[in-house]
Design a protein around this ligand. Structure first.
Ligand code: ATP
Ligand code: MG
Length: 415
């Protein structure tokens, strides 16, 4: 019996992988311009790490984690997100001895969700975390960095939405106000939110069910309940974004799916993704380091969903390198192609992507094969070419063929 990948897990085949590599490279470049450096953290962590940070009553912790017991009996979890592991590493490696850390990460995340377009069980995120800055302008700088990155990728029709979620001082009063509002609407919430409304009423605002969206239409807003410090911070973020000419909208309903956020929360949505319209999201988390028994460090970060971002980009615009297939006919030509400093070396040293046709078939079937391989150009070296010191060059799209010097061919392919 054939064995297939498990539900919600997919292969990233070469066409997508090439696009992903470019997306990654550009992230490294843009994030690098803002002083961010890469950190690579493990894929498996102690279950406790996610329970304590993301929150016991969030969807992720309640029902989406890949948790298992290892042979020693420890409870471990495939990471559902990257922030908690990065903060764990930050504390464990005492990275806080440097006053500010700018870190980014890339890799797979795992959530046991219902797979659908833009929603998978293994998905990938690239995320950035700015640890050690308190000022609202730092929130804005990170949001701007994300915007520049998405712009440079050519993402169209995106919206940046921001909100403030309050802090330890004002959140309790907001929570009470929300509970009061929900009191006579509990029956209208989905089963899941009904169950956890007392413990975590904010979850109803993030719930995707139509019932909860409808029931919370006129819910009190976090902005109206923000304390002076949170309001001032929110104003500072907005002011800086305006100075930076970053276009944003205020969405007083937006809360995030993770409990650790404080003050600023934001989300980037895009059209063209259907129901799963959130491409990237993040916010401030000033209590997380303390929660993990580290020093108190204010932090701000975001994560981009790579699958969703890739779906929005036009693959044609990426991976532009032309594909060249080299066909050598006869033993002498094969030697001339393969030997050190030969045709293949010369082409590859010039930066051309070349595939050598190894089979011993006829010219005709080699040409057919080159076509199936998706060659943009085919180069042929036969006895005549060897004698003359030339190469036959065929442009597969135009169907034109010329016999000329290798150096001319390199120029033509690169042009
Ligand atoms: P959603 O509201 O779509 O469930 P989320 O609030 O759970 O997203 P975050 O945890 O903030 O998302 O993660 C940041 C980004 O990661 C999202 O904006 C999205 O692009 C991506 N993402 C989250 N979950 C998935 C998934 N199951 N499959 C693919 N991408 C995902
Ligand atoms: Mg989610």
């Amino acid at each position: 019996m054939q064995i297939n990948a498990i539900r919600g897990f997919s292969d990233i085949l070469s066409e997508d992988a090439a696009l992903w590599a470019e997306m990654e490279n550009l992230a490294r470049e843009v994030f690098g311009l803002y002083g961010f450096e890469e950190i690579r953290v493990p894929i498996v962590e102690r279950t406790e790490l996610f329970k304590r940070t993301i929150g016991d009553t969030t969807d992720i912790v309640e029902k989406q984690m890949y948790t298992f017991t290892d042979l020693k009996g420890d409870s471990l979890t495939l990471r559902p997100e990257g922030t908690a592991p990065v903060v764990r590493a930050y504390i464990e490696n005492k990275l806080y001895t440097v006053p500010v850390q700018r870190l980014f990460y890339f890799g797979p995340m795992f959530r046991y969700e219902r797979p659908q377009k833009g929603r998978y069980r293994q998905f990938h995120q690239i995320g950035a975390e700015l640890l050690g800055e308190l000022a609202p302008s730092s929130d804005a700088e990170v949001i701007q960095m994300l915007e520049i990155y998405l712009d440079r990728l050519g993402l169209k029709d995106k919206t940046i939405e921001i909100n403030t979620l309050g802090c330890a001082a004002c959140r309790p009063a907001y929570r009470d106000a929300l509970l009061l509002f929900l009191k006579d609407k509990v029956e209208d919430l989905c089963e899941n939110c009904q169950r956890r409304v007392e413990k975590n009423p904010l979850r109803a605002l993030d719930c995707k069910s139509a019932k909860c969206i409808e029931a919370t239409q006129n819910a009190p807003s976090t902005i109206d309940h923000a304390c002076a410090e949170c309001s001032e911070h929110f104003n500072g973020v907005k002011d800086t974004l305006e100075k930076m000419a970053v276009t944003f909208e205020i969405n007083p309903r937006m809360v995030r799916g993770l409990d650790y956020y404080t003050k600023t929360a934001f989300e980037v949505t895009a059209t063209g993704l259907g129901a799963q319209n959130s491409v990237a999201a993040g916010g401030r988390y000033d209590n997380l380091t303390k929660e993990l028994s580290g020093p108190e460090v204010p932090c701000f970060g975001f994560a981009i969903g790579f699958e969703r971002l890739a779906m929005l980009l036009n693959k044609e615009n990426f991976n532009k390198a032309k594909k060249v297939v080299l066909i050598a006919l006869g033993d002498d030509a094969v030697t001339a192609a393969l030997k050190k400093g030969g045709t293949l070396d010369t082409l590859r040293e010039a930066g051309l992507r070349v595939i050598f046709e190894h089979s011993e078939a006829s010219v005709k079937s080699k040409m057919k094969k080159a076509n199936k391989l998706g060659a943009d150009y085919v180069l042929i070296i036969g006895e005549d070419e060897l004698k003359e010191g030339t190469v036959t060059f065929k442009d597969m799209e135009k169907g034109e063929q010329v016999k000329t010097q290798l150096s001319d061919i390199i120029k033509m392919v690169k042009a």
